[in-house]
Design a protein around this ligand. Sequence first.
Ligand code: LAC
Length: 219
Amino acid sequence: MKFKAILFDAYGTLFDVHTVIKACEEYYPDKGTKISQLWRQKQIEYAMQSQIMDRYVDFYELTKKSLRYAIDAVDEEVTPESEEALLHAYFKLNLYSEVKQVLAYLKEKGYLLAIFTNGPKHMIDPLVAHHRLAPLFDDVISIDEIKQYKPSMASYHYAANKLEVERDEVLFLSSNPWDIAGAKNYGFSTVWVNRDHQVPEHRELTPNRVIHDLTNLVK
Ligand code: LAC
């Protein structure tokens, strides 16, 4: 067993961020998909801008800020009710259907399993509890603990140190190309979970494997 630890990004990799489309449609009919896409795009952009400006704002605040942008961008009004409902939906995102089965298999094989995410614990812990995932993970690691967003080198370094493993003992999985590039840049082996069949990026930091869902990992 070459790897000691397998780390998983949270949003888009374990949890489906576009679960929120249903709630978006209830408040903004026919604009739910557009809002959800802009919301996710801006949430990531704001995290990177926060990192580059050295002006840390936690991912929940950035999730609120990007939601407001997305609703404004489709010429709709944010109301206290819609904002509360849509943010609440972020704490009940669907778990991708194959996740529990694959995690149980990997745990049985003896790997250290952890979530490694931009989300603060107060966003991630409710999702882990909601889906009863705690028995499967040895740790939930948030960059909020060092206030350095992914894909910074410092963030991946923190995760390896927290698990007390060397970078070449870690396999990192994410659905986000920028996250895979960052992890590879740091020195992890990487598996891109290309759930949405996106076009490959960062060919100089290419993932070790590309899969479309976690079942391929088992194979
Ligand atoms: C995460 C988001 C950025 O870190 O995918 O979970």
